[in-house]
Write a protein that binds this ligand. Structure first.
Ligand SMILES: [Ca+2]
Ligand SMILES: [Ca+2]
Length: 243
């Protein structure tokens, strides 16, 4: 007796892996997951995650399918007395993806030390998520040589998203073992196409995965909208030909 097993995936919109601090008043800025937590400050009435400086790195690791086109964007406030030779660095897994500087011509007096001006800039980067792993670590760092009261930065409108949303299925718990990928555009599949039994699934926000098999949960459709690190109760069967 072979049940008909079905995977159906709904890709509702381009999937954000992470977003934080989009509300100008900052209610969503405080619990942001970055390595230096609970730091929030206000410039010209707008909240920023920060202030940071003194070359201390700010990092965050995200669960993320490998080898996908990613976009990382944020608004940075570069506050006060940045010198012309000083830089800001953006890394993914310790690989530099961009560096930029404070631009005096763009700056204006907005906040903090009234002697020095602020440069507020929208930044956006595209890169591929690292291969051979299911996570990536973003790192933001300056090379400022003076105190935060003298020169600093903060970020807001922080967004990490995937351009081609995909769902990765794994043969072992915790996203290990063989993996099999369904992307937007090749989304519905019968289990005869499955090369493995599903034990864990990376499900980006905005994606709904539905699994159905006659032998499990009375044949009812199971719906998942978040990462599933270990589906011990759902041993999705390999397809077998009826004898
Ligand atoms: Ca200032
Ligand atoms: Ca300096």
């Amino acid at each position: 007796m072979i049940g008909i097993s079905l995977i159906k995936i709904l890709f509702l919109y381009r999937a954000p892996i992470y977003q934080s601090c989009f509300d100008p008043l900052g209610s969503d800025c405080l619990n942001n997951g970055w390595s230096i937590s609970n730091r929030i400050d206000t410039c010209a009435g707008i909240k920023y995650i920060g202030r940071f400086g003194e070359r201390v790195p700010l990092t965050q690791t995200f669960l993320c399918p490998q080898g996908l086109q990613m976009k990382f964007s944020f608004t940075i406030g570069m506050f006060d007395s940045w010198d012309l030779q000083e830089n800001f660095f953006v890394y993914c897994d310790n690989v530099l993806i961009d560096t930029f500087k404070y631009t005096p011509a763009h700056s204006s007096h907005l906040c903090f030390d009234s002697v020095y001006r602020e440069d507020i800039v929208q930044k956006s980067f595209r890169f591929q998520s690292p291969l051979g792993k299911n996570s990536l670590t973003l790192k933001l760092q300056d090379d400022l040589d003076e105190s935060i009261n003298n020169e600093s930065w903060g970020i807001r409108n922080v967004l990490l998203e995937v351009f081609e949303p995909c769902v990765d299925f794994f043969s072992e718990c915790n996203y290990q073992g063989e993996f099999w990928r369904i992307c937007a555009g090749n989304q519905t599949s019968l289990s005869k196409n499955l090369p493995l039994q599903i034990k864990s699934i990376i499900i980006l926000k905005g994606i709904i995965v539905k699994l159905k098999d006659a032998k499990y949960f009375g044949g009812n459709m199971q719906t998942y909208t978040t990462d599933q690190p270990c589906l011990n109760d759902f041993n999705f069967p390999k397809y077998q030909k009826t004898i």
